[in-house]
Design a binder for this molecule. Structure first.
Ligand code: SF4
Ligand code: SF4
Length: 733
């Protein structure tokens, strides 16, 4: 029983949570974010927000109670996500000419780009949109304005730009701003035909629908009150015979000239037209029986409280000044009525005479000294077709095809168009990266040849790292980060989408290359060759060496004990990301990449001081950050265990007795026993240069000497057996 109750509670909780989630989703971003936005921050000189539109999540922007535009949140209209895989909520205000009058970034989760970008730059970007003509923008295919790219925020800026234009055009079309209009009625449209003729006798008028009737007898009315479940109403039932006429009410649209003439006669029909102002209409209501549709309330209150005209969401209550009595019916054979009245329908009520409407009759019954209960009956009316004529649909304002393309394309088409545009914009960078990757692959595959000449290889490597730092890093901002991994994991748990990843082509290509390279060479392909911050450390260290700054070699035991620190940092970040992505992204500032590479050191001093401290440490201990602190390096090292090949050649003598490579490895990745630690190796290939060095490698020197004796060149490709780094399957030589 307890188990059953617990299950019930859990189900209710789940149901409640899911309902709440649906409710929260159904809420617009505008209603969620509006309370925290000041109109003056979005639009210069605005004094507040007005009413929210009935059908769209857009709100009036007011200046001294006067509307100067509409504001909306882009994510209510388009679903483009940013670099983080989450929407960037931007408030945009547009005026009646579909010109942007204000933009404000309201909420975003862009971790790697916007945190740290000076506020002034963001404000300048935002100000750049003021005056942007959305229609001209769509017509020009998105080229009528200069995109103010902020270094390091390219993708985010392009996403914001795309959202502003697409959402702005959608709003403009739906509100009919800037001469755009979306509502084009395609069905037939009608208007009153003033030349139509009406029959001159009551029976024909009733028969062809010109007059409509509501007939209620006492029995029907008593039954209606009885059904109201109030015994007092039944107690006060009318005592007349059930078939007695309670009310017989007729109605017609008397503002049609032919109907007016048929029922009122020529002279009074003319009077009626005089009584009506331009656009006004009128109904005539005739009644007889026990019940009066006028009652007597209008005498005291000036309002006819027993009838109301209803058309869709329009209701018109008639006041005494909208009323005239009909004295005599001209149509032949008209019955005798107790009441015959005209009621004016004002033009500003929105009434459409060509559409159906109903006269609602309120029937009341006294159930106490001053207490009444009510029920209603409807008299439906539709002006017969004979009084109407069809009209050509209004020609819709010309909407440029480019605007229609933008506003009618699906979100997935828009996302595709955006990432394709970004890829096209970055063609040069993509080609350069492609060439670099091909070159690097060739170096790895032909490492024997590449490392044969120490000097050539050294300068090749320095040049390659310089291009990586200056072009890939500082210019193209292609710096991978542990934040990418956190975003990937987050997107896997929340519904993976390629869109967010495709938005940054260089990062996308780099990650794919790194994933493939991990299987062949481990983390070294990236850390040793493609990481801009790694390149910066190494180049600075080379300068330090040239300046004879002493290099510190950490005792092996300490070096080994410091390695795990970076894994702890990575796991800590990963753990925090499970609870809060935002927090993890903030803590990921342990990577100095944003400061040193993305923002070129133009940032708040604590960040700059931190990055500088790491680089200074790297002057004495080469790649200090890579060795002990980098969470990305750690993340790449974990799958490095999966790599399928050992490319780095070793001699039997490596480690015992020779320690040359171990001493010269820039990251101390070679154990004193000679094995290379693949988790720490950055594939700089320096040990492969030494492997062939006729000046430094004692094995090669010995071989040269031996060969010199017998007059043959040494075989440098000889493999060694039993060395820890070599496959066990190799036969001993
Ligand atoms: S360890 Fe980190 S900083 Fe160093 S090269 Fe690798 S990714 Fe770059
Ligand atoms: S010297 Fe050899 S072991 Fe050391 S990092 Fe370079 S390639 Fe790896």
């Amino acid at each position: 029983m307890t188990l059953l109750r617990s299950l019930l509670w859990v189900s209710l909780l789940c149901l409640g949570t899911s309902l709440f989630a649906q409710f929260a989703q159904a809420q617009s971003e505008l209603s969620r974010l509006l309370p925290n936005i000041a109109a003056g921050d979005v639009v210069e000189g605005a004094t507040g927000f007005g009413r929210v539109h009935d059908d769209l999540p857009v709100v009036q922007v007011l200046r001294d109670q006067e509307q100067i535009g509409w504001a909306f949140i882009t994510s209510d209209f388009v679903s483009t996500t940013g670099y983080s895989g989450k929407p960037i909520h931007t408030m945009v205000a547009v005026d009646d000419a579909a010109q942007v009058i204000g933009v404000q970034l309201v909420k975003h989760y862009e971790p790697i780009v916007l945190i740290g970008i000076p506020d002034a730059k963001v404000k300048a970007l935002v100000a750049n949109y003021r005056g942007l003509d959305l229609v001209a923008e769509a017509e020009s295919g998105g080229t009528s304005h200069e995109l103010d790219i902020i270094s390091g925020a390219t993708v985010t800026i392009m996403v914001i730009d795309d959202s502003i234009i697409r959402a702005g055009l959608k709003v403009a079309r739906q509100l009919g701003l800037g001469g755009l209009a979306v509502e084009v009625e395609t069905g037939p449209r009608f208007e009153i035909d003033p030349d139509a003729a009406a029959a001159d006798d009551w029976m024909t008028l009733e028969g062809d629908g010109t007059l409509r009737r509501l007939s209620l007898d006492v029995g029907q009315v008593n039954a209606a009150f009885a059904a109201m479940d109030d015994p007092r109403a039944e107690d006060r039932a009318l005592t007349e015979a059930p078939e007695t006429t309670f009310i017989e009410m007729h109605a017609t649209l008397i503002s049609h000239p032919a109907i007016a003439e048929a029922l009122l006669g020529e002279a009074r029909a003319a009077n009626l037209q005089e009584w009506l102002d331009e656009g006004d209409h009128a109904v005539a209501i005739f009644g007889r029986g026990l019940y009066s549709f006028k009652g007597s309330g209008y005498v005291r209150g000036g309002i006819f409280d027993r009838i109301v005209l209803i058309q869709d969401d329009i209701s018109v209550r008639f006041r005494d000044r909208m009323h005239q009595r009909i004295n005599g019916i001209a149509a032949e054979g008209a019955p005798q009525f107790n009441e015959a009245d005209l009621f004016k329908i004002p033009a500003d009520s929105g009434f459409d005479p060509t559409e159906p409407f109903r006269i609602q009759l309120l029937v009341q019954r006294e159930v106490g000294a001053i207490e009444k209960i009510f029920t209603t009956f409807d008299l439906g009316y539709r002006l017969p077709d004979q009084y109407l004529r069809s009209i050509a649909p209004p020609t819709a304002p010309e909407v440029p095809a480019s605007v229609t393309n933008v506003t009618t394309q699906s979100e997935s088409q828009a996302h595709q168009a955006l990432w394709k545009r970004i890829w096209a914009d970055k063609t040069t960078e993509i080609i350069v990266l492609g060439v670099m990757l091909i070159l690097l692959t060739a170096v790895f595959f032909f490492q024997n040849i590449a490392t044969r000449n120490e000097r050539v290889f050294f300068w090749f490597r320095m040049s390659f790292l310089t291009v990586v730092l200056v072009y890939l890093g500082w210019y193209a901002n292609a710096q991978l980060s542990v934040v990418n991994l956190i975003a990937l994991f987050n997107s896997l748990t929340e519904g993976f989408s390629w869109q967010a990843f495709l938005l940054d082509p260089l990062t996308f290509i780099l990650w794919f290359s790194v994933a493939a390279a991990l299987l062949f060479w481990g983390r070294g392909a990236y850390c040793g060759w493609l990481c801009p911050f790694g390149a910066l450390q190494e180049l600075l260290n080379q300068i330090a060496r040239a300046l004879r700054i002493p290099q510190w070699t950490l005792p092996w035991g300490l070096n080994e004990r410091l390695w795990p620190v970076k894994y702890m940092i990575f796991l800590g970040l990963f753990g925090v990301s499970l609870m809060s992505i935002e927090q993890a992204e903030k803590l990921a500032e342990v990577e100095p990449f944003k400061t040193a590479i993305i923002l070129n050191f133009v940032r708040a001093w604590p960040f700059v001081a931190y990055a500088a401290a790491l680089l200074i440490a790297g002057l004495f201990v080469e790649r200090f950050f890579c060795r002990y602190l980098c969470p990305l390096g750690a993340a790449l090292a974990i799958p490095a265990r999966l790599r399928m090949f050992d490319w780095l050649k070793r001699y039997h003598e490596c480690g015992n007795p020779c320690q040359t490579c171990a001493h010269q490895c820039p990251v101390q990745a070679i154990h004193p026993t000679g094995e290379i630690n693949p988790n720490e190796c950055i594939n700089c290939l320096h040990c492969q240069v030494l492997y062939q060095s006729t000046a430094q490698c004692p094995v090669v020197i010995k071989k040269i000497k031996r060969r010199a004796k017998v007059g043959a060149a040494p075989d440098l490709s000889r493999d060694i057996s039993g060395h820890p780094n070599q496959p066990k399957t190799h036969p001993a030589t």
